[in-house]
Design a protein around this ligand. Structure first.
Ligand code: COA
Length: 153
């Protein structure tokens, strides 16, 4: 695969909403994250192939939200590279902890974060039923609880 280049978004017009929607069906929640945080875009040969947003949650703590890889580029290692790039950026920002949250039904994402060094630290019960209007079902499982993971930097 050609080189992956990851850049921080400097202009609101560059935000790749189509990609961010892959990670979160709620425009309200995406807008809140983008407003509060910094968006990063991954390119291969000038084509956008992935994105993620980092937000500050507490002193010395960042959260990785809305990570997504374009469907035709998934399962090629780009998601892992985005996660490692978020870890590097968080370290440069002097964060001590990087958090991430995913649905109880996101079996493969739960595996991916743990492969990248994250550990499960808690469960935000009923998060998706409380904050999303539509019922979400993945892998035949209703997405109800947010599984919280984090990595010490
Ligand atoms: N089912 C099972 N395992 C899968 C898989 C799939 N569909 N796709 C990838 N994997 C495995 C890979 O084999 C790899 O494991 P390995 O390193 O042991 O081989 C691991 O997961 C990492 O895969 P990678 O290629 O780095 O991830 P990716 O580029 O596909 O990106 C996501 C991962 C989650 C960002 C991407 O699937 C995506 O954009 N999904 C939709 C948005 C989303 O769910 N975001 C996360 C919200 S919490």
């Amino acid at each position: 695969m050609n080189d992956l280049i990851i850049k921080k978004v400097s202009n609101e017009d560059e935000i790749p909403y189509d990609l961010l929607f892959l990670a979160d069906p709620s425009i309200e929640i995406i807008n809140e994250y983008v407003y509060r945080g910094e968006c990063f875009i991954a390119y291969i040969n000038n084509d956008i192939v992935g994105a993620y947003v980092l937000i500050k949650t507490r002193p010395f703590t960042l959260e990785l939200v809305n990570i997504a890889v374009k469907e035709s580029f998934q399962c090629k290692g780009i998601g892992s590279k985005l996660i490692y790039s978020a870890i590097d950026f968080a370290k440069k920002e002097n964060a001590k902890v990087l958090q991430v949250g995913t649905g109880n039904s996101s079996i493969y994402q739960l595996g991916l974060y743990q492969k990248c060094g994250f550990r499960i630290v808690g469960v935000d019960k009923d998060f998706f039923r409380k904050h999303y209007k539509e019922k979400i079902v993945e892998n035949g499982i209703e997405c109800i609880d947010m599984i919280r993971l984090s990595i010490d930097l």
